[in-house]
Design a protein around this ligand. Sequence first.
Ligand code: NDP
Length: 500
Amino acid sequence: MTSSSTPNTLPKAPREFGFWLNGQSVDAGTRDLNTRISPGHDVAVTRIPRCTAEDVDAAVASAKAAFDDRRWSGLSGADRAAVLLKTAELIRARMEEIVYWEVVESGKPISQVRGEVGGCIGMFEYASGLARSLHGDSFNNLGDGMFGIVTREPVGVVGLITPWNFPFLILCERVPYILASGCTIVAKPSEFTSSSTLILAEILSEAGLPDGVMNVVTGPGSTVGQALTEHQHVDMLSFTGSTNVGRSVVNAAGKTNFKKLGLELGGKNPQVVFADADLDDAADGVVFGICFNTGQCCVSGSRLIVERSVADKLTALIKEKMAKVRVGDPLDEATQVGAITTDAQKQTILSYIEKGQAEGADLVCGQGALDLGMGSYIGPVVFGNVSADMSIFRDEIFGPVLTISTFDTLEEAIALANDTDYGLAASVWSKNIDTALQATRQIKAGRFWVNTTLSGGPELPLGGFKQSGWGREAGIYGVEEYTQIKSVHVEIGKRNHWVE
Ligand code: NDP
């Protein structure tokens, strides 16, 4: 692992944002302000209001009014598509602005964020087509007296709670699809990384989205997020974050209005490498899969499960590659691994590095916390000889910590891969098509990669098996998730009377 540190340009004063209500930015006024300190540089970068419960009520009322009067759902798919396409164009025009504020708030490397925002443009473009092609079904086989129609209708007001690890990407894996369905939105970004969500709200307005269709409330999850999850007029809630908060969201929905839920929660994702894999490719994929986004990624490949006969060779290749990973200033174009986004997350990761050693795993490489003279950094760590009862194998660490475990047979590999409460993602590396397909069929995960990892696009849906969540985002499935189905029975001709 090498570290880079070049001069960067930081804001001279924190940028002030308001929250977004009914097509307007609302200044903090008398509300508390949250000052975000850049995790990569220890400098104040943004100041954003902490909304109150009344603000959440106002935002939900605005989204409800916009839904009820059909100013958005009543438009044709073609008109909705035009707004989504214009949004894509405006994101492209403001790309560097979005990238910059996201980098300084999150500590993610600038080149990576640029790639993510580029991907988000594709999400809006793809979803614009779905706004036009979303349709129902018909049944012309119910006999001469009956015709059946199945329509899809937007669910209504969607509360959208997003985390700090991919603030813009996770937002854009949802917003265009929600809008394509005809729903309206109250978004609550993580308090650590709210700026790119507020910029998107402004862009949507400029692209012609009617006022009230997109609203953004800012502030802590424990108050603002909780108020949204409990709100009686939120018809559906899309939550991405920890399994613990996911559980409280389910409870809140049960205690209030049984709102529909979409949940994308944690993961402890296997990278299964068979002896016949291209080991050089697999080593690169494994290093990328755990280092990308500093391992703060729900789909990180954090458990390497490798066939015993090639374990030493693969471990040596991984160690060699890890030594070359560039950790450093998120604003440096050459940086591959940036800062740890929150102090709490840093403490969590460091505690697991200690636990791994205490549990008896072999420290293959990595030191843990790095002193770069600024910010909050952890270099990638690899543990070998990890057994399935160790906490570093079982718990989602959400940091650059890789565990290595070995197997001798396909059955053992599949059992180890499935030995987890989660089921978000998995990768398999093998040049034998039978092996790759058997593993793909039998490992329980919502997202699968064969001889690659962490690739994606707007066409393919995201979501988990087991405790990794409910429902799917993105693709046609993502739009359908924000609709509900209505069956319409149409009698043809004279009714056959019940009362003569
Ligand atoms: P949280 O689940 O606490 O945060 C995710 C989102 O939920 C944020 O917007 C947060 O707001 C909000 N939130 C927090 N508490 C509540 C609540 N009671 N009601 C409604 N919304 C709430 O995750 P953390 O940020 O604390 O991360 C902890 C762990 O969660 C990580 O270590 C990782 O394991 C996992 N995680 C998984 C993610 C994924 O993509 N699946 C993403 C992030 C974390 P705010 O941040 O403003 O408090």
